[in-house]
Design a protein around this ligand. Structure first.
Ligand SMILES: Cc1cc2nc3c(=O)[nH]c(=O)nc-3n(C[C@H](O)[C@H](O)[C@H](O)COP(=O)(O)OP(=O)(O)OC[C@H]3O[C@@H](n4cnc5c(N)ncnc54)[C@H](O)[C@@H]3O)c2cc1C
Length: 466
């Protein structure tokens, strides 16, 4: 990493064309960039991954249904036909609202990019509610790295059980705990149960995978709370038919290598012996939100989301849009549709301002809710279109299938995804069971290296202060 002081690469005279910088290549960032095609602006999209990630299907990568490429096409491939868009790899560490610059880090050093208009769509990460040490033993599900690590841990657990002798140890490896009964937790628990009870049923000689326990825990009293009581109960009943043990009102108080400690509804502690845990509870907005709030006086909520104006900009800063999972507005949910619609709205506002300088503002952003869906198992999903139209079972699953295919980016990804779904849903097989050492071991090594570097830096700072 270069230690040279970075210069804005475009710090010279302001160019004639409006420079729009977008942070993030997720749903918000990508939809904003695409909507700015064929307009008179220059778009730079800066993201810390080189792909656009379709997060709703991450759980299928983790459980061997899909490959990572199918849900994460390269951003520059998606935008290759859009001549006014440039894609840049970089982890944004600093936004300077006064200087109108964005500083990003990449393996080759630091870059400073100037903007006229900024769209911040850096999303949210996992929250462990102040217990970040849980993450070592209970990975979340936010990135391709998370999904591949979980794939390694899930399939690896059956392999470990097969070579062990001690029945208690075998059962510990064959116990899977998913924390959080929202859509991701429900989908993960359902998929692990299907793996154990059907896909892997005949693959082992010493263990019986159907004896695996899958537990879904939540501190709340219901499954899928945003879907309402009726659909939540239907999803819970379907999970229980598949053998998932749903435990509600149960608070997780500790996670270590061998177990999860919980407090039951009656207040008594319990230790669940398990080697494989999945964390699907809680989100924390990108720290860039806090940075923006400090510089502009905007407020943030408990999850670090920035409270934006009705046009998705920051108070007193019409040139900065904050959209998607990292903003807070009218209690809109953290879902892909909000991010996409806000991305398009920000782009429309930018072009409107250029065409009508000093003219009337566009109407405030209004989210059009198209409904929510979650799959529970093969051929079973729940879908809440609105308070009147609520579906569960096979037709909801068909609707889920259609919607996800439509929103997957790229024709070739749609074709290969359909092929893999056929293998899984008709044949019950999984095409993506390969696991490399790197997925499980190297990530931990990187994590430890990061901790060691941080400790070293802290020590150096302490010595310097002494
Ligand atoms: C497992 C899972 C399942 C989900 N299922 C559904 C579902 O079924 N339906 C639904 O509607 N929603 C679902 N969601 C939520 C949905 O994916 C999000 O609401 C949506 O992705 C938000 O879009 P976004 O653009 O705000 O953020 P994201 O899509 O998260 O994109 C954030 C982008 O910012 C980049 N970034 C972050 N920090 C930096 C930085 N410092 N510097 C540079 N780049 C940065 C990231 O690399 C990424 O490109 C799910 C989410 C998850 C995690």
């Amino acid at each position: 990493m270069s230690n040279q002081p970075a210069q804005p690469r475009d710090a010279a005279a302001k160019p004639a064309r409006e420079r729009v910088v977008i942070i993030g290549s997720g749903f918000g960032g990508l939809f904003a960039a695409r909507k700015l095609a064929h307009t008179g602006v220059d778009v730079t999209i800066i993201a810390k991954t080189s792909h656009h990630l379709f997060q709703p299907l991450l759980y299928q990568v983790a459980t061997g249904v899909l490959s990572q490429g199918e849900i994460a096409p390269a951003t520059r491939e998606i935008l290759r036909g859009q001549k006014n868009a440039r894609v840049m790899l970089g982890d944004v560490t600093q936004i300077d609202v006064e200087a109108k610059t964005v500083t990003s880090q990449s393996p080759v050093g630091e870059a400073v990019t100037s903007y006229d208009t900024l769209v911040v769509a850096a999303g949210a990460g996992q929250s462990y509610f102040g217990n970040d040490h849980f993450s070592e033993f209970a990975p979340g599900m936010k990135s391709i790295d998370d999904a591949l690590e979980l794939r390694g841990r899930i399939f690896g657990a059956f392999e470990m059980a097969e070579v062990l002798q001690d029945p208690e140890e075998i059962q510990q490896w064959l116990t899977f705990v998913v924390v959080g009964a929202g859509p991701t937790g429900v989908e993960m628990a359902g998929q692990i149960a299907e793996l154990a009870h059907s896909t892997l049923k005949r693959d082992f000689r010493r263990i019986d995978p159907t004896k695996a326990r899958v537990l879904l825990l939540d501190a709340a009293p219901a499954v899928l709370p945003p879907f309402g009581e009726k659909l939540g109960k239907k999803a819970q009943a379907q999970l229980e038919r598949m053998g998932v043990e749903v435990q509600l009102d149960v608070k997780v108080v500790n996670v270590d290598e061998e177990a999860v400690d919980v407090i039951d509804p009656d207040g008594s502690p319990r230790r669940i012996q398990t080697r494989t845990k999945v964390w699907a509870a809680g989100v924390q907005a990108s720290p860039l939100g806090q940075q923006l709030a400090e510089q502009t006086g905007a407020e943030t909520d408990r999850a670090g989301r920035v409270m934006v104006e009705e046009d998705c900009t920051l108070p007193g800063h019409p040139e900065i849009f904050v959209i998607g999972d990292m903003m807070s507005l009218k209690r809109y949910p953290g879902v892909a549709q909000v991010a996409m619609q806000q991305g398009k709205y920000a782009a429309k506002t930018i072009t409107h301002r250029i065409k009508h300088p000093g003219g009337e503002k566009l109407p405030a952003f209004e989210y059009f809710d198209k409904g929510s869906m979650a799959t529970v198992s093969r051929f079973h999903a729940v879908a809440k279109i609105n308070d009147r139209i609520q579906l569960s079972g096979f037709f909801a699953w068909l609707a889920w299938l259609g919607v996800h295919i439509v929103y997957l980016i790229g024709f070739k990804n749609r074709v290969t995804t359909l092929l893999h779904w056929t293998v899984t849903f008709i044949g019950r097989g999984r095409s993506e069971r390969a696991v490399t050492d790197q997925q499980v071991v190297a990530r931990m090594a990187l994590h430890r290296e990061k901790l060691a570097t941080e400790a070293e830096q802290a020590q150096t700072a302490e010595n310097g202060a002494a």
